[in-house]
Ligand binder design. Structure first.
Ligand code: ATP
Ligand code: MG
Length: 314
């Protein structure tokens, strides 16, 4: 069956999690265990959706020198691999987990350097997929060095011209031009949206005002995520606050990416805003309970969705 959902990752990463109990600076540290996962936001969103039974195609850029871990992951997860290989190596992001001191230290490496020719290849791949009938395209994560800030805006215009809906999750310089292209769904966290609007988003009321701002500019659904405080979702003149229940957290990696996956999943079902908020939050909570970009089974997701507290906002 032809996938109807594509995700795009232009700045993928290999997530290397190293366990170092008692990690110390300026000292020799011993690594207890190492785990390497294919990552990057769009890869994570694809993984969550595939885990929930959707047929997914992954697009974007991978460095040709070390793409084997991605190829293996896609094959294992049943994700169609339509990623363009480019020169160089995909970056590795190192996460030093120290359970003794309950600390996590991240070392995020610079990624590949991409060029206009790479983007043409990605865009051609998308054109082929769209011609065969895509419904949704998820544009996720940062842009690699070498690509202009309006890269997502151009890809959104390409998708819209083909009648394909777009979900966007990015930040920094890429966010403004992409929002101006009016994607159908956006999921910034409070800090990302605050940085774009030049304000501090500290409360659900702040998030509501900011989300209304974006909806007024023509964005279909805005979900502002606020970590443990949940998320504020606005669509048209409707707004809700989704508050998560207390749960045990195994890893915070990909909570936001899982919410993007949940929003796309809800959109494919045509759910109303409250049900969308419930299931998207449940995807995040499911991801928080697992290590790596995985979701628990459907029954657990449904139980989590049921436990989410929804409040209508004026
Ligand atoms: N500590 C937590 N406790 C309960 N729920 C949480 C917690 N952290 C995140 N969540 C849930 O996950 C959702 C998304 O989390 P968050 O706002 O941290 O996304 P993000 O900053 O985009 O994360 P990412 O690093 O994956 O991009 C929240 O709306 C909330 O439902
Ligand atoms: Mg995020």
């Amino acid at each position: 069956m032809q996938p109807t959902i594509a995700t795009l990752t232009l700045n993928a990463a290999i997530d290397q999690t190293v366990m170092v109990p008692g990690f110390a600076l300026d000292a020799v540290n011993r690594v207890e265990t190492v785990q390497r996962d294919a990552g990057g936001k769009g890869v994570n969103v694809a993984s969550f959706l595939a885990h929930f039974g959707h047929k997914i195609v992954a697009t974007g850029l991978l460095g040709q020198e070390n793409d084997a871990i991605f190829a293996r992951h896609f094959a294992h997860a049943g994700i169609l691999d339509a990623c363009t290989r480019c020169e160089g190596a995909t970056r590795t992001n190192v996460k030093i987990v120290d359970p003794a001191q309950d600390q996590v230290t991240d070392l995020n490496f610079p990624g590949i350097v991409a060029g206009a020719a790479d983007l043409v290849l990605v865009s051609e791949t998308l054109a082929r997929l769209m011609a065969r009938g895509l419904d949704w395209l998820g544009l996720c994560g940062s842009l690699p060095a070498g690509l202009p800030a309006d890269t997502y805006a151009r890809l959104i215009a390409q998708a819209q011209a083909e009648g394909v809906k777009v979900a966007l999750d990015t930040s920094g310089a890429a966010l403004g031009p992409a929002l101006a292209a009016r994607p159908d769904i956006v999921k910034p966290n409070a800090a990302e949206l605050g940085a774009y609007l030049g304000c501090v988003i500290a409360t659900p009321a702040d998030a509501l005002a900011a989300a209304h701002d974006l909806v007024a500019k023509g964005i279909g659904l805005v979900a502002v995520s606020m970590g443990a405080e949940g998320a504020v979702l606005v669509r048209g003149c409707e707004a809700v606050h989704a508050r998560p229940p207390h749960i045990a957290i195994a890893s915070t990696v990909g909570a936001g990416d899982a919410m993007v996956a949940g929003l796309i999943h809800a959109a494919t079902l045509g759910l109303d805003l409250a049900a969308t908020a419930r299931i998207a939050t449940a995807f995040s909570l499911g991801a928080l309970g697992e290590i790596g970009p995985r979701l628990p089974g459907r029954a657990r997701i449904e139980a989590l969705a049921h436990a989410v507290e929804i409040t209508a906002l004026g």
